[in-house]
Design a protein. Sequence first.
Length: 145
Amino acid sequence: MNIALKKLTETAKLPERGSVMAAGYDLFADLTEEIEILPHTTTMIGTGIAVAIPEGYFGGVYARSGLSAKEGLRPANCTGVVDADYRGEIKVALHNDSDEKRAVAPGQKIAQLVISPFLSVSFFEVDNLDETERGEGGFGSTGKM
């Protein structure tokens, strides 16, 4: 699949995969200087790119596992969604879950973009839903093992 991409700044970096079989494409911080993210705060970081995702697909913006596990930095909304009709800059609301200040450098990998298909559905209201074995049980109702 080919996706049109527009660099919005001279310093923007194109998304790239960390390995041949990686599902995600790394997104890079498009900054002119290093910034600090204070503990338990969120900072919006631009990537300097805009994309034209084909109809029937979306871009999921996910945490980078190393950055999240080692530094405590992750997208504030956990998974961002870039809709097919959005043409603005992809930005990452990076949240610092740690108790220490964290620095983000220009060109640093801050998240990953995964292109996925989705189903367009129509909802219709009913008085009752069909019965299942699970029923209304949720949040741990099926046990740990």
